[in-house]
Design a binder for this molecule. Sequence first.
Ligand SMILES: Nc1ncnc2c1ncn2[C@@H]1O[C@H](COP(=O)(O)OP(=O)(O)OP(=O)(O)O)[C@@H](O)[C@H]1O
Ligand SMILES: [Mg+2]
Length: 253
Amino acid sequence: MAQLPDGRALPGKLFIVEGIDGSGKSTQLDLLRKWLISQGYCVAFSEWNSSQLVKATTKLGKKKQMLTPTSFSLIHAADLADRTERQILPALKAGAIVLADRYIYTAFGRDVARGVPPAWVRKVYAFAVRPTVAFYFRVPLEESLRRILDGRPALKYYEAGLDIGLSDDPGESFALFQKRILEEYDNMVDEFDLTVIDATQPLVKQQEVVRDIIKPLLVGALRAEPSAWREVLAADSVYGRYLEEVLPERSEQ
Ligand SMILES: Nc1ncnc2c1ncn2[C@@H]1O[C@H](COP(=O)(O)OP(=O)(O)OP(=O)(O)O)[C@@H](O)[C@H]1O
Ligand SMILES: [Mg+2]
């Protein structure tokens, strides 16, 4: 189950994926989403840094290089606060499955790598729902760099961690920044009971491991009644986006 910060259980399930850039999070979550939908579950998806509320400010701050480690951290916290209240909590209260691509551990890793105090950033995110399972896709730095840098356009300023002055060279800065984040993730495994997946394994093998872990946890998760339109939408993997259609009482609000 997913839990509110005070420990109260929510009927839905929250599965989140974490790991350094290029660890294969989005690939695995997408496969999981398609499989859950094919099984008839109501699935909502939420992505890090996707809230409309802070979009313009984040874009401006990044473009003009105005963000400091603290304001960078707070703007991402506002992003999650908005998504928590608008997407994640309503879906979990309805008993649906929520899949989140990156979650609070991304902030704990990145912001601390930027020099923000660990205890402070943990307090900032005290509002966050506790996930049912937090998957950590662990991959060596060299493998992630190879996956990410192959065929990728120039690294962006904050993405490469150029704001903290580890190196003037974007590629070198990115590698040093990711190395710091990787160390933070490894330190968080015990602290937050992260479920470690060996992300060097073949894609299909990892997906099998992920499904085996969540299968026993799906009991009681909201499923849609079989219907013709469900089949059509599921075939296109768009069903999760139409959560409100299977929860008519919510869409009337
Ligand atoms: N198991 C795997 N083995 C080899 N390559 C993989 C594997 N999983 C994913 N990849 C490839 O690695 C690249 C990064 O994958 P993906 O986008 O899923 O990573 P990510 O963790 O979501 O990255 P980001 O943090 O940048 O969003 C993609 O090109 C993907 O095809
Ligand atoms: Mg991704």
